[in-house]
Ligand binder design. Structure first.
Ligand SMILES: CC(C)(COP(=O)(O)OP(=O)(O)OC[C@H]1O[C@@H](n2cnc3c(N)ncnc32)[C@H](O)[C@@H]1OP(=O)(O)O)[C@@H](O)C(=O)NCCC(=O)NCCS
Length: 438
């Protein structure tokens, strides 16, 4: 079994396997499927084939941008992973995923995400649950009441030529709020979306220096579904919510895919109904150096900590690294290559021999805040335990804000000590979310 890059010739075979995996595609969905195929056919779509070059399965990694700490990283969005039923259970999907990881690394992706229906498959190649995609439900009349806060602002229907505006409003929002997790659709993707007549889009275009914002939603079955709503001020957001919820007479329910900390929770007169549906997505770091250099960190945090990574599927990540963070930026500097990869386990057992590197952990947050400096605390543990050790699953969870103590409980981290944990928790603190499914 081996991987090969998909070509046009493979499309019928892949469509057949897709049908056998998910059932038939209706004409609208097949058009979407073919558009995605055209996007990934030039190297971001892999097949796994047998000795006679028969396609056994396929998977793609779409070229996305994702916000981390308000900065944007190249993210490979993995989806469309399926294997012919007769070829399952023999490692085909795992071979495919390893090929996709290598391909994403080669194409410059820093991280990769996916929505998993078979988490064990993805954990096997280093992904871990990272963030959520929650959907909140509001009574439309509660949101309609926000109109008053919108004052005289009157959103206008969006046209395809607003793609740049929508993209820049969304980008500015992700930067300003230092968001972690959401995708930033490209201008061409917005053009395509704005051309979709089934969807409804309004913008506030900031005329004469006024507020900017946009909303994307749809109406079906007496329900308004908001997929994106961004306003650069409370009146802008309120005016946009007011437009959506003006349909409350025929559509009493508004569902919205939102940041769990979206300010509508603070503005609306009533809380979301306790009907929150949530999907969870998984993440993996593809290129540690690039990912750390590209992510935004808390601007008042100065931190330095050593981590030893074991990443058999992407060995360029393996080794002992010093992570440094200051002035909102970070670096990962290799201290030594990994000498021996452990077994497939994600992290070494606690009683395994530890790295011989002395641990240095320096951490200070904010002026005058508590500070751990090199040596303090280290006396208790560094000589005995070495650097924090983890595999790609531990790193993925840490990247997404899981605390070190939880990672230790789950067996995804070992070594190091309490100062390292506090330092790593401060560096990676976040509550990632995404509003789109892909
Ligand atoms: C999921 C799927 C791609 C797995 O393909 P495969 O070639 O059989 O996978 P592998 O043999 O490489 O299995 C690797 C691991 O994935 C997990 N896995 C495989 N199939 C699974 C399933 N149906 N349910 C849950 N876990 C599964 C197992 O843990 C397996 O490890 P194990 O064999 O040591 O237990 C295949 O069953 C499929 O095409 N299913 C329908 C489409 C689908 O669900 N795709 C995933 C979309 S996110």
């Amino acid at each position: 079994m081996r991987n090969s890059t998909e070509t046009e010739d493979d499309i019928p075979a892949v469509l057949t396997i897709r049908r056998r995996s998910f059932g038939p595609l209706d004409p609208g969905s097949e058009a979407w499927w073919r558009a995605v195929a055209a996007e990934v056919i030039s190297g971001r779509w892999l097949a796994v084939v047998d000795e006679s070059d028969t396609v056994l399965g396929a998977g793609r990694a779409r070229p996305f941008e994702q916000a981390w700490g308000g900065r944007h990283l190249a993210m490979g969005g993995v989806a469309g992973v399926y294997v012919d039923p007769a070829a399952r259970g023999r490692g085909a999907a795992s071979v495919l995923m390893r090929g996709l990881l290598e391909r994403m690394a080669g194409l410059g992706d820093a991280v990769t995400c996916l929505f998993a229906t078979a988490p064990a498959l993805y954990r096997g190649v280093g992904y871990e649950f990272g963030g959520v995609r929650p959907r909140y439900t509001y009574a439309a009349h509660d949101l309609r009441a926000l109109r008053a806060l919108g004052g005289r602002l009157r959103p206008r229907p969006a046209v395809v030529a607003d793609a740049e505006l929508v993209h820049s409003v969304m980008r500015a929002d992700q930067v300003r709020h230092r968001l972690c997790g959401p995708r930033l659709p490209s201008v061409p993707q917005w053009r395509e979306q704005l051309a979709d007549e089934q969807a409804i889009h309004y913008v506030l275009d900031g005329q004469d220096g006024g507020p900017k914002g946009f909303v994307a939603y749809s109406l079906a079955d007496s329900t308004l579904t908001v997929t994106d709503l961004v306003g650069d001020s409370a009146p802008a957001a309120a005016a946009l919510w007011g437009v959506v919820a003006s349909g409350s007479s025929t559509a009493p329910t508004v569902r919205a895919y939102l940041d769990p900390r979206d300010p509508v929770a603070l503005l609306a007169g009533a809380e979301a109904r306790h009907e929150v549906r949530q999907q969870t997505w998984m993440l993996r770091v593809v290129d540690l150096v690039k990912a750390v250099a590209g992510r935004g960190f808390a601007p008042h945090l100065t931190a330095s900590v050593q981590v030893r990574l074991h990443d058999p599927d992407l060995p360029a990540n393996s080794g002992t690294w010093r992570l440094d963070v200051s002035d909102g930026s970070g670096t990962a500097t290799r201290i030594e290559s990994d000498v021996a990869e452990g077994p497939a386990a994600d992290a070494p057992a606690a009683d395994e021999p530890v790295a011989d590197e002395p641990v240095a952990a320096e951490w200070s947050a904010g002026r005058g805040a508590a500070e751990w400096s090199a040596g303090r605390g280290a006396t208790e543990w560094s000589a005995a335990r070495g650097a924090v050790e983890m595999g790609p699953r531990g790193l993925a969870a840490l990247w997404c804000g899981w605390s070190m103590s939880r990672l230790r409980q789950a067996g995804l981290a070992a070594g190091g000590g309490l100062d390292d944990d506090a330092c790593l928790d401060a560096i990676f603190a976040c509550t990632p979310f995404m509003t789109e499914y892909f």
